[in-house]
Each structure stands twice: as structure tokens, then as C-alpha cells.
Design a protein around this ligand. Structure first.
Ligand code: PNS
Length: 161
């Protein structure tokens, strides 16, 4: 039976760290669903559609993955899609507490689903979508930290392009 995993996140925008994790996940799982969370309480720079497009454009060279938008409970999505694992990235110890809480809450809500933590390549360990947006907003270069298409969209979005 094919083992399916879900990689959830805000992806606002996708970074090379996220992409690295997608590639690692594809080596471990038969099927991968990238789930873009839509959170009305959180202001995002990119729309849901743009975030999905950026992931699609940046993963064209990889084995097929499913990309969707969701706004409910992650464990409900995993149940609906028959996913066995939730993928999350751990960059540094500072990520651990939040991730640990989420993993245990998700386990409490749905015991069958396992959270699998993957470490991105160390070259990406300091990258976050938040920092990428901050640097790009002030005109700094994010080349090599995000896919080329994302870099272009950041320029356009922030009126620098
Ligand atoms: O990239 P992010 O913003 O760190 O991802 C956080 C995400 C989307 C994984 C988390 O907020 C989430 O799972 N949201 C869906 C709602 C939910 O299930 N919340 C309970 C988590 S224990």
C-alpha cells in the first residue's frame, strides 16, 4: 500500500528550505501532499492561489506532488486523505518547543498519525519565510534562498520589479 504524507505550512512564500524538505520527503514517502494553510487571522503577503502557484512552479522538476489549500484541522485533513505522516522541518532548537506541542496535540487528536521531523540542509537552517519577506521588503537580496520564481514574485509584490 502506498504511504502518503502531508507537508503542511503557511509557505508565505516557499523557501529553498521548504523545497529541500519536499525533496527529502519524496525520497521517503510514496505520495506527498503539500497543504497550504489559509489562516484568516494571520495576514499573509501572498494569496492562497499565489502560494500554491509558487509551489507548483518550483516543484515541476520533481516527481508529482499534490498541492492543496486547507483551513480546518490538520488531523482532519490527514484522515480525509488517508495520510500516515505529517512532515515538519526542524531548523534549530528554537523550533523544537512549538513543533513538540503541535506534534503532541495532533497525536492527542488522532493517534494514528505520526509527525516526522526532517532537518533541511544546513545551508538553509537560518531561512524563514518571515526573514525572507523582511529582507526583500527592504530591498535586500534573497537570491539562492528562495526559488527564482519566488524571488521574482517578491520583487513584483513589493514594487521593486
Ligand atoms: O508554516 P507554519 O505557519 O509554521 O505552519 C503551521 C501549521 C499550518 C502546520 C499549523 O498552524 C496547523 O497545522 N494549522 C492547521 C490548524 C490545526 O490543525 N491546528 C492545530 C495544530 S496542533
Amino acid at each position: 500500500m502506498a504511504v502518503r504524507a502531508i507537508y503542511p505550512g503557511s509557505f508565505d512564500p516557499l523557501t529553498n528550505g521548504h523545497l529541500d524538505l519536499i525533496e527529502r520527503s519524496l525520497r521517503l514517502f510514496d505520495e506527498l501532499v503539500v497543504a497550504v494553510v489559509t489562516n484568516p487571522a494571520k495576514t499573509s503577503l501572498f494569496t492562497d492561489t499565489e502560494r500554491v502557484e509558487m509551489i507548483r512552479e518550483s516543484t515541476r522538476h520533481l516527481r508529482e506532488i499534490e498541492i492543496l489549500v486547507f483551513d480546518g484541522l490538520l488531523v482532519e485533513l490527514t484522515a480525509r486523505l488517508g495520510a500516515r505522516a505529517i512532515i515538519r522541518g526542524l531548523r534549530a532548537v528554537s523550533d523544537f518547543e512549538y513543533e513538540f506541542q503541535m506534534a503532541l496535540m495532533n497525536r492527542k487528536l488522532r493517534e494514528e498519525v505520526e509527525t516526522v521531523f526532517l532537518m533541511p540542509h544546513e545551508a538553509y537552517s537560518y531561512i524563514s519565510s518571515r526573514l525572507i519577506k523582511e529582507v526583500a521588503a527592504h530591498g535586500g537580496s534573497v537570491k539562492g534562498l528562495v526559488p527564482a520564481g519566488v524571488e521574482q514574485r517578491l520583487r513584483t509584490k513589493l514594487h521593486r520589479g
